[in-house]
Design a protein around this ligand. Structure first.
Ligand code: NAP
Ligand code: GDD
Length: 326
């Protein structure tokens, strides 16, 4: 099924970060709409494309790196995409404290390189930049598009640079470029380094007798967790509008890490208090304590809102990890 009118040409999309959680769901969605989908992947010594294995024959993969503007220029020159989704990033907030400079080069400067390449080779393309609720840091909740941005990590500072660069290129060169300020979104494809998947994976391992204990960090931090496939739809919707604008995307519901763990263990018939230990190595030098989205603008102008709530998300993730391990 396609979304195009009769006689309209197939649209082409380029996704950086196609092998990640969001890149894989976005690719599936765009293929379903009849797009020709291209993705940027890095060369790694170990095969790292499990999220897109099932669609690899239907997408076009290009080796490159968001750290190299030449790669970006030649891909844009070669494929002339209609839409570009910049999802590539060192996306682990905790790790960004250990490798701040590298995080700045990929998560921040990567956006600058891509914008320059777009300006030179694809000025008519529409660009989506993956901004984040981490930009808000500890500004009071609920956070919306007008909330002051006060990042609390090297990751968020790098994202803030990218966020403003998108605005600067939009205003200075007339690019159709916008940012989705997405709150945490999760799925069975979430990396094991993130707390939700770390928990649901551990639940499955405990159920199957592989281990007894899960070591976590700050159990009090609160996040607005949604379901990733619904969020990639919002990315696409932002690029279909007449004018480029930034949108906050989330659920408006917030829960602590402890609540996530408690419910995930409960779904599997376990008592979380018997299995969770706190390990100081999982604590961060600084923390965003409370995130909760105000999605009034997305509901009103984008006509987007999520269907899957907190409990629905935890059920999906625990079920998937239990199935995977059996
Ligand atoms: P993810 O699973 O960590 O995926 C990140 C992707 O970026 C991977 O495909 C990774 O490739 C790629 N990448 C990393 N460094 C790169 C480089 N130097 N050159 C090219 N590609 C590189 O992240 P995600 O959860 O899908 O999130 C997608 C984007 O949204 C990220 O920018 C993230 O910061 C942002 N975001 C995520 C959330 C969320 O809750 N998920 C919320 C707000 C914003 P490898 O597989 O080779 O590592
Ligand atoms: N990763 C991790 N591991 N986090 C833990 C742990 C642990 O063992 N224990 C507690 N936490 C807490 C973190 O301190 C944080 O407060 C919360 O769990 C969520 O951590 P992550 O799942 O790593 O996600 P994040 O909120 O830091 O960042 C994610 O969401 C951002 C959007 O708000 C990432 O996807 C970012 O890329 C994204 O921008």
């Amino acid at each position: 099924m396609t979304i195009y009118g009769v006689g309209e040409e197939m649209r082409t999309a380029l996704i950086t970060g196609i092998s990640g959680q969001d890149g894989s769901y976005l690719s599936e969605m765009l293929l379903g709409k009849g797009y020709e989908v291209h993705g940027l992947i890095r060369r790694t010594s170990n095969y790292n494309l499990s999220n897109i294995e099932h669609i690899k024959d239907r997408i076009h993969l290009h080796y490159g790196d968001i750290e190299n503007e030449n790669h970006l220029c030649s891909i844009l020159h070669e494929i002339s995409p209609d839409e570009i989704y910049n999802l590539a990033a060192q996306s682990d907030v905790g790790v960004s404290f250990q490798i701040p400079e590298y995080t700045g080069l990929t998560t921040g400067m990567g956006v600058c390189r891509l914008l320059e390449a777009v300006k030179r080779f694809s000025p008519k393309a529409r660009l989506y930049q993956a901004s984040t609720s981490e930009l808000f840091g500890n500004s009071p909740a609920p956070q919306n598009e007008n909330t002051p941005m006060m990042p609390t990590s090297p990751y968020a500072v790098a994202k803030l640079y990218g966020h403003h660069m998108v605005r600067v290129y939009r205003e200075s060169y007339g690019l159709f470029a916008c940012c989705g300020i997405l709150f945490n979104h999760e799925s069975p494809r979430r990396g094991l380094n993130f707390v939700t998947r770390k928990i649901t994976h551990a639940v499955a391992e405990i159920v199957s007798g592989k281990r007894q204990t899960l070591w976590l960090g700050n159990l009090d931090a609160k996040r607005d967790w949604g379901y990733a496939p619904e969020y990639v739809k919002a990315m696409w919707m932002m690029l279909q509008r007449d004018e480029p604008e930034d949108f906050v995307i989330g659920t408006g519901e917030t829960h602590s890490v402890g609540e996530f763990a408690e419910y995930a263990f409960e779904v599997a018939g376990l008592d979380w208090l018997k299995h969770i230990e706190v390990d100081a190595n999982n604590l961060r030098p600084n923390e965003t304590r409370l995130l909760c989205a105000d999605i009034t603008k997305a509901k009103t102008l984008l006509h987007w809102q999520p269907d899957i709530n907190f409990r629905g998300l935890v059920n999906i993730m625990v079920d998937a990890d239990l199935k995977r391990i059996r």
